[in-house]
Design a binder for this molecule. Structure first.
Ligand SMILES: [Zn+2]
Ligand SMILES: [Zn+2]
Length: 215
């Protein structure tokens, strides 16, 4: 049904920039450049709290390119629900210039939920954009162990209840140094649990990157 609706909308309206509405642009260069003007934000990858974290000194951090504002919201909405897959790589490439290339082997996106009808993982697209600029491979190899309700439908307590065994970490990742990638950091629970699952599987997570951070 979603796919049909997307195809239908596509015929009615050609591609346009989700920020300024310019036709024929999936995200125009001026708008991409205007997305990340505020200083990047940092949170603790052990608990999702402010960085540096009093409870977890020395913890790796979640780096977010922007606060979650109206502009970012429209771009991420177009990426996730508007079928505009190409926006992901534009975002990733634009974000990459905010930080030095991390000294790691691989970019690991948060996986798409089982049963999602999206057809592509938006976090993987963002990771590929980052990887293009940083000359680093991105691999969409992690999986959720079970079906979950759509994340947008989870409240804070339900997100915190995600467990580290919610993820299947492939054995080939053991011994690698990786950074995680997602579109939005809301409570930080998904990233902290994924980082914990990686650690249990012998994968060293040195940080995480997201487009936006909600708080
Ligand atoms: Zn634009
Ligand atoms: Zn912490």
């Amino acid at each position: 049904m979603h796919r049909f609706l997307n195809a239908f909308l596509h015929v009615l309206w050609p591609v346009s920039c989700p920020v300024c509405g310019r036709l024929g642009e999936v995200l125009c260069a001026e708008c991409a450049a205007s997305l990340f003007l505020s200083p990047p934000l940092s949170r603790c990858l052990c608990c999702g709290g402010l960085f540096p974290c009093g409870r977890h000194p020395g913890a790796p951090r979640i780096r977010s390119a922007s606060p979650y504002n109206e502009k970012i919201k429209s771009v991420i909405f177009a990426l996730k629900y508007g079928g505009l897959r190409a926006i992901g790589q534009h975002l990733g490439a634009a974000m990459a210039s905010l930080w030095e290339r991390p000294d790691t082997d691989l970019l690991l996106p948060v996986p798409l939920h089982r049963g999602s009808t999206r057809g592509y993982n938006q976090a993987f697209e963002i990771a590929r954009g980052l990887g293009r600029v940083w000359d680093m491979k991105a691999a969409d190899t992690i999986q959720w162990t079970r079906r979950l309700p759509r994340r947008t439908g989870l409240n804070r307590e339900e997100r915190q209840a995600l467990r580290s065994d919610d993820f299947i970490i492939p054995k080939q990742l053991r011994g690698l140094r990786v950074v995680l990638v997602d579109d939005i950091c809301t409570t930080g629970a998904t990233l902290t649990r994924l980082a914990a699952a990686c650690k249990e599987a012998g994968v060293s997570v040195t940080g995480a990157y997201t487009v936006a951070s909600v708080s």
